[in-house]
Design a protein around this ligand. Structure first.
Ligand SMILES: Cc1cc2nc3c(=O)[nH]c(=O)nc-3n(C[C@H](O)[C@H](O)[C@H](O)COP(=O)(O)O)c2cc1C
Length: 331
């Protein structure tokens, strides 16, 4: 059965995880190209004084992006978050995603992100206020709980369903685990059994085998991929193809050639330069170049170090792109 969020039937059951500083417009585009069924924006502040800054404007979903466009918001106050949700809808978002999964100190000191999971009555108020303030589907992303000893994700999941949330993504770690240890999927399995809205499993999917195991174990309606996508956006197609039948609504199987991977890398880096402008673009491109090289050199550490040294000192965008092209053509 295809994955449905509100009126939107998604083209695949593999979703791109929102990642601050990474899932910008060029990244969302390249992941969608390879079959990400949904690619939410980086998390957006709810602070009205920051909505017009260049940084926020670049992070918003764009109205020429394919539908549905999901904007992720983070905050602590129901009314302020509802206004941020409305702002994003007015700016072209068709889905509002609420971040209750981020463990970052900056967010949690304000008791936002996953810190909110401690306060279930506030969670309820936030969800109810946002759902009633916009006429688009509202989705929620959570962790398994505030602390490993207090995994209350099941309780939050039931609140989410009751308050009209259209889809729930669960990262199989507690807030206190941050990114340490390994994700667990038992909580996600229990949530899937307990509620009727779509449940998306997330956390530590690093291979096609992981994807298959987690999909089968949790019986989730979809999977969300985060770090595995770095420097290999084609992983969406590779997983979709391998698990064909489970995951794909359109069955097209064609392996991705090395040449195509090189071309995708260059197109993505060029898109970053164009999106941010060459000065900022050249800096933002570096981490992506590092990730692409990691994958395209088959993790050859010595070669990787040498290429990174060469490429990371370049401060000019066209030179960065040209040098990258010549490096990749020699691989
Ligand atoms: C660099 C980075 C930034 C992230 N930013 C966000 C964010 O803005 N919102 C959010 O809900 N989760 C964020 N996450 C968490 C991811 O969405 C995801 O839940 C987590 O990485 C686990 O999935 P993975 O093991 O597939 O990477 C971030 C993760 C990383 C690595």
């Amino acid at each position: 059965m295809p994955l449905q969020i509100g009126p939107y039937q998604l083209p695949s059951k593999l979703l791109l995880a929102p990642m601050a500083g990474i899932t910008d417009r060029p990244y969302r585009d390249v992941c969608r190209l390879y079959g990400a069924g949904l690619a939410a924006s980086e998390m957006l502040t709810s602070d009205p004084s920051l909505l017009q800054t260049r940084k926020t404007q670049l992070r918003l979903v764009q109205d020429d992006e394919p539908l549905p466009r999901s904007a992720q918001i983070v905050g602590t106050e129901p009314e302020v978050m509802a206004q941020a949700a409305q702002f994003n809808v007015e700016n072209g978002a068709n889905i509002i995603d609420i971040n209750m999964g981020c463990p970052a100190k900056k967010v949690c000191n304000k008791a936002a992100g996953s810190a909110l999971m401690r306060n279930t009555s506030l969670v309820k108020k936030i969800l109810a206020t946002i759902v009633s303030s916009v006429d688009v589907p509202v989705t929620l992303k959570i962790r398994t709980g505030w602390a490993s000893s207090n995994r209350n994700a099941l309780e939050i999941a039931k609140i989410a369903e009751d308050q009209g949330i259209s889809c729930l993504a669960v990262h199989g770690r507690s807030r206190s685990q941050a990114f340490m240890g390994h994700a667990e999927y038992e909580t996600i399995r229990q949530i899937k059994q307990a509620i009727n809205i779509p449940v998306i499993a997330n956390g530590d999917i690093y291979s096609i085998e992981d994807a298959k195991f987690i999909f089968d174990y949790t019986n989730a309606d979809g999977l969300m991929l985060g770090r595995i996508t770095h420097g290999q956006p084609w992983i969406f197609k590779e997983i979709n193809d391998k698990l064909n039948g489970h995951f794909l609504s359109k069955n097209i199987i064609k392996p991705i050639s090395f040449r195509e991977k090189i071309e995708t890398t260059l197109t993505h880096i060029d898109a970053i330069h164009r999106y941010y402008g060459t000065d900022q673009g050249v800096r933002i491109a570096r981490k992506h170049i590092g990730w692409y090289l990691y994958n395209l050199t088959n993790q050859d550490q010595v070669l990787l170090k040498k290429l990174k040294r060469e490429l990371f000192t370049i401060a000019d965008a066209p030179t960065q792109l040209n040098h990258l092209e010549s490096v990749l053509n020699k691989l």
